[in-house]
Structure formats: structure tokens, C-alpha cells
Design a protein around this ligand. Structure first.
Ligand SMILES: Cc1ncc(COP(=O)(O)O)c(C=O)c1O
Length: 434
């Protein structure tokens, strides 16, 4: 794949190129989270969002499947969420105060998520993972954790290991290599490995129940059930990291979709409809160390009223519309997945797609990507180039090819996206032939 339209890009995305240059002078790396700078042909600078669309500083409009890296499940301008935030703002910021909303939100989560009898709030998924691991260690009096390869649980030193196939160990510059010593890495989807390793020295097994970060892989039949049985057998806690899958794959997340209830669930992203809020939820027994006040749970911005107001409005809308919303998002994701696969096959372009509910992963790869292990064959550079080709056709995905559907995407958006996919695939086929 070739990045062939550079001169035209410079004109069309002139404002974004100029911003990138000037931002670098005082903003480290020009962005506030490293992957945002990987977008091709340039990290586009957003002017505004509107439903399922975004408009950049050059006036280019895109159908958006990046959705703020997942949170914008109701799109960029959900009226009920924006009204709730405005109402909350009219009462002052009330940061770090005790307020009625946090208990109301915890009750709403309990009504939606099977495992969520008790909930504690933090701001980010990374913090929530840290809290969940601490709860598991405090509740069991044990230290060791099972984590799966190519599952991602945030960027904290103690768990940021084995984030890609073929990359065991710490992967971030500056990471304390000792911090994750109590983590045992196993292969996601292989329940036998877990059954062989797990004993009474383990505090928890943490898992992305659907391997969205690895490339949208649904759990093999029986995998989650066997994790449930194996953890119960040796007294370890089962933690579902539902930062992505929570409120996205179903109102009750992956645990509702697959009928397996963990001890602890980590929620984030879609929970806040775009505002920063994450949570650890769990059974009364698993959460006892927190609900008794024995385990330290701190954070100035935890349960901040603005995020809580947004989350309540978001969950109410998802609860009231869930029968229709999830079926439509799944159907749209399936349709785009099939269209992309068929078009790429037709034109002989090595691009592939996988779907898991309302999420879709695009890969550039010569060989079929059937399992998480196959993702070692993915051409990351060509994936970036292909999502850059889609951007030129008016479709924004995450640069690494992950796409999310929202309740705001319409049939017209899907049809326009198919036209854009066809044009992007054709552009790659032409460049290959040239
Ligand atoms: C499954 C999963 N867990 C945890 C996190 C960390 O969440 P945050 O980026 O809010 O810290 C992410 C982020 O993408 C995630 O995908």
C-alpha cells in the first residue's frame, strides 16, 4: 500500500497540518494520548461533532466510527446527555462533594449490569483496573493475577504487559520491569491453560470477555464458563474488563450477552457517553473490602457531578431503547464487515474485517485472520495507510482500524460508508497496479 496522495492531502487538510506543526512547540508530541498522532495522512483537528459526524478545522466532514475511542455510544450531540450536563452546570461544579447522583448512578448500573450489586467510581479505565486488582488482592489475601496475551487493561505499570501477540513483558519505555512480576500471561481463549495454572495462590483472573483490543474476537464456546468454574474452584476472583464491552455489546455488556457473571466488572468508556467516568462493580461479597471502607479508595475527581449526570442520562437512554439500539448497531456493523470483506476480495486487496457486536476491526493482512494468534501477521503500517484512505473518502475510524457503531448512525450513514469503503479499496487496488 502506498501513501500516494500527499500533495492533495496537504491542501485538503492544510489546517490540521499547520496545527500539528505549531502544537509540537509546547504540547509534548502534539497530542494528549500517543495513538492519536498515528492517524494518516495527518492527525485531523476536530472543530465540532454532530450526531455520528465530525467536522475538522478545514471544513471536511466525516462519518465517525472512532467515537472518541469508544465512549460516544449515543454520538457526539445526544440531546438528553447535553441537557443533563447543562442542568448540572447551572448548579456549579461541586467537584469532590458528596451528591445524590453518585448513588443514583450506582443503582442504575445495578439494574443494567448482572454482576453490579455494588459500585465505586473513578475517572479512567486505567484507574478502575488498578482498583479492581486491589480489591481482588485485598479480598483474597493473595497477590498473583492471570492476564491474557493481547488483552489491554490500561497503561499502569503493574498490568501493562503482553499487550500484543509475540510481545510478552513490559512494552512501554520507562515502565518498571518489576511491577508486573505477579502477572502470569496466558493465551486468551485457552481455558485449559488456565485450569492447569490456577491454584490457591492466585487472587484473580482478569479478562477482556470479548477480545476487542486484539481485533474483535468473540470468546470460544465455553471459555468464559470455564474461567468462571476454575476461579470459583480455587477461590480467585473473576474480573471482566468491560471498559469497551460494557453498555456496548448489550445493556448489561458481555456478561449479559454470554450469560456468565464475573465477581468484578470494570466499566468505562460508554458509561459516561463521552465524559470521563469509570467504575468497578461487583457482587456484595467481592466488593465487601470497599463497601466496609477497609480498602482505601481515593481520587479528587471520582464521581464528579458532571460525569455522573452524563452517565445517568446515557444509561437511561440505553435502558429505554436497548431492544432497538443494540440490534441496529450489530446489524450495521455486520453489514459494513461483509461489505468490506467482499469488496477487498473482489479487488484483490489484502484488507480484512472482523465484527464483534457493535465493534468492527479492519486489518491489512495477506493471510486470513481467524484467531488472536493470527494477528501477529497483521501489517500495522498498511492498516494505518488503509484507514488513511478511508479518511480521504470521508470516514474516520481509529487509526489502527478499530471502528465503533453508535446509536446515532443512520442507514444513510451506512450506505455512504459503503461507498467510501468501495472508493478506498479501489484506490488501493489502483495504487497496487500502478
Ligand atoms: C479493555 C480496556 N481496559 C482498560 C482501558 C483503559 O481505559 P482508559 O483509557 O480510560 O484509561 C482501555 C482503554 O482503551 C480498554 O480498552
Amino acid at each position: 500500500m502506498r501513501d500516494s496522495l500527499d500533495a492533495a492531502d496537504r491542501q485538503r487538510f492544510a489546517g490540521s497540518y499547520a496545527h500539528r506543526k505549531s502544537a509540537l512547540s509546547h504540547l509534548a508530541f502534539g497530542v494528549s494520548s500517543t495513538p492519536r498522532a498515528t492517524q494518516r495522512p495527518v492527525a485531523i483537528v476536530m472543530e465540532r461533532g454532530d450526531g455520528a459526524h465530525v467536522v475538522d478545522v478545514d471544513g471536511n466532514r466525516f462519518i465517525d466510527y472512532a467515537l472518541g475511542y469508544g465512549p460516544l455510544i449515543l454520538g457526539h450531540t445526544p440531546p438528553s446527555v447535553i441537557a443533563a450536563i447543562q442542568n448540572e452546570l447551572s448548579r456549579g461544579l461541586r467537584t469532590a462533594s458528596v451528591h445524590r447522583g453518585e448513588a443514583e448512578l450506582a443503582e442504575l448500573i445495578a439494574a443494567c449490569v448482572p454482576s453490579a450489586e455494588q459500585t465505586s467510581f473513578v475517572s479512567t479505565g486505567t484507574e478502575a483496573i488498578q482498583l479492581a486488582l486491589r480489591v481482588a488482592r485485598a479480598a483474597t489475601g493473595r497477590v498473583k493475577i492471570v492476564k491474557f496475551r493481547a488483552n489491554y487493561h490500561g497503561w499502569a505499570d503493574g498490568i501493562h504487559v503482553g499487550n500484543a501477540i509475540g510481545q510478552d513483558g513490559a512494552s512501554a519505555l520507562g515502565q518498571d520491569p518489576q511491577a508486573a512480576q505477579s502477572v502470569t500471561l496466558l493465551d486468551w481463549g485457552d481455558a485449559e491453560q488456565v485450569e492447569a495454572v490456577l491454584d490457591s495462590s492466585f487472587a484473580a483472573v482478569i479478562v477482556e470477555p470479548v477480545a476487542i483490543n486484539g481485533g474483535c474476537f468473540e470468546p470460544p464456546a465455553g471459555f468464559l464458563e470455564r474461567l468462571r468454574t476454575a476461579t470459583q474452584r480455587c477461590g480467585a476472583l473473576l474480573i471482566f474488563d468491560e471498559v469497551i464491552t460494557g453498555f456496548r455489546l448489550a445493556l448489561g455488556g458481555a456478561q449479559e450477552r454470554y450469560g456468565v457473571t464475573p465477581d468484578l466488572s470494570v466499566l468505562g468508556k460508554a458509561l459516561g457517553a463521552g465524559l470521563p467516568i469509570s467504575a468497578v462493580s461487583g457482587s456484595r461479597a467481592a466488593m465487601e473490602v470497599l463497601s466496609s471502607g477497609r480498602l482505601m479508595h481515593r481520587g479528587t475527581f471520582n464521581g464528579n457531578p458532571l460525569s455522573v449526570a452524563a452517565a445517568i442520562a446515557c444509561l437511561e437512554e440505553l435502558r429505554d431503547g436497548h431492544n432497538e439500539i443494540y440490534a441496529r448497531m450489530d446489524a450495521f456493523a455486520g453489514r459494513l464487515c461483509r461489505f468490506l470483506s467482499d469488496r477487498a476480495t473482489l479487488r484483490g486487496v489484502p484488507v480484512r474485517a472482523r465484527q464483534a457486536g457493535a465493534a468492527l476491526q479492519i486489518f491489512a493482512a495477506e493471510a486470513a485472520i481467524e484467531t488472536l494468534r493470527d494477528t501477529a501477521q497483521v501489517d500495522k503500517e498498511n492498516t494505518l495507510l488503509f484507514t488513511g484512505a478511508l479518511l480521504r473518502e470521508g470516514v474516520q475510524t481509529l487509526p489502527r482500524g478499530l471502528c465503533y457503531l453508535s446509536a446515532a448512525h443512520s442507514l444513510a450513514d451506512i450506505e455512504a460508508t459503503e461507498a467510501a469503503i468501495a472508493a478506498a479499496v479501489d484506490a488501493v487496488a489502483h495504487a497496487k497496479a500502478a
